[in-house]
Structure formats: structure tokens, C-alpha cells
Design a protein around this ligand. Structure first.
Ligand code: 5GP
Length: 116
């Protein structure tokens, strides 16, 4: 059996963490170490998918739901509704929790994004 991830442990109440919003299949937290004025994590309740690549292959409808939920949260938590969506994929790209999650960054991003 796979060990519960840190996010699953927050979801089940085993460790403290404020769930700021949820749907039947997703939940959102404020990142404990924010990298932007608004830094939320949007996470499927299932930890079946380790990465966004696995999620896209295994349940593309859930990935689409996750993106729509990210947009809704950005609209609620930022003045302008604009946001950056980041999926770190693999340890060498900065992924530390292997339970797929999107970082929703907004609220005044000063640095130029890749390609800008
Ligand atoms: P990753 O590095 O896997 O892309 O993102 C994991 C994120 O989870 C990090 O940005 C980290 O700050 C955040 N994180 C780790 N532990 C906790 C926690 O206990 N509570 C919350 N809210 N965020 C966490």
C-alpha cells in the first residue's frame, strides 16, 4: 500500500492544514511557503496520480476540472483574476510531493515568466 501523502494526511485531518475550498474531487490549500502574494495548491482528493502527466493520461476530465477550479480560486483570491499555473514534474524540476498538485500563483507577479 502506498503511504498517504502529506496532502492526503491534511485532507483526512491527520495533520493540521486549512482546506480553503473543495469540490467532490478536489481541494485547495494555501502553500505553507508562499512564492507569490497568492500561492494556492489545487489537489485531487485521490493520490492515484503522481504527476500531471499521469493525471492527463489517466483522467483528463479531472485535469480539466482542476484547471477550472484553479481559475475560480484565482478569481476569488486576486484582484485581477490573473494567475500562473505550475506543475513541477519530477524531483529535478522541483517536485517534492508525488501526489499531483497545481500551484496557483497570482496577486502581483513581478518577475517575467518563461517566454514573456
Ligand atoms: P512541489 O515542490 O511538489 O511542487 O510542491 C509541494 C508544495 O507543498 C511546496 O510548495 C510546499 O511549500 C508545500 N507544502 C509542503 N508541505 C505542506 C504542508 O504541510 N502544508 C501546506 N499547506 N503546504 C505544504
Amino acid at each position: 500500500m502506498t503511504e498517504p501523502s502529506i496532502f492526503t494526511r491534511i485532507l483526512t485531518g491527520e495533520i493540521p492544514g486549512e482546506i480553503i475550498a473543495e469540490t467532490d474531487s478536489l481541494f485547495a490549500l494555501r502553500d505553507i511557503a508562499p512564492q507569490a502574494p497568492v500561492h494556492l495548491l489545487v489537489i485531487p482528493k485521490t493520490q492515484e496520480y503522481r504527476s500531471v502527466v499521469e493525471l492527463a493520461a489517466g483522467d483528463p476530465a479531472l485535469l480539466a476540472e482542476l484547471i477550472a477550479f484553479a481559475e475560480k480560486l484565482a478569481a476569488e483570491h486576486t484582484d485581477d483574476g490573473d494567475f500562473r499555473l505550475v506543475f513541477n514534474t519530477g524531483a529535478n524540476a522541483g517536485q517534492s510531493v508525488f501526489h499531483v498538485h497545481a500551484h496557483v500563483l497570482g496577486g502581483g507577479l513581478n518577475e517575467r515568466s518563461v517566454g514573456a
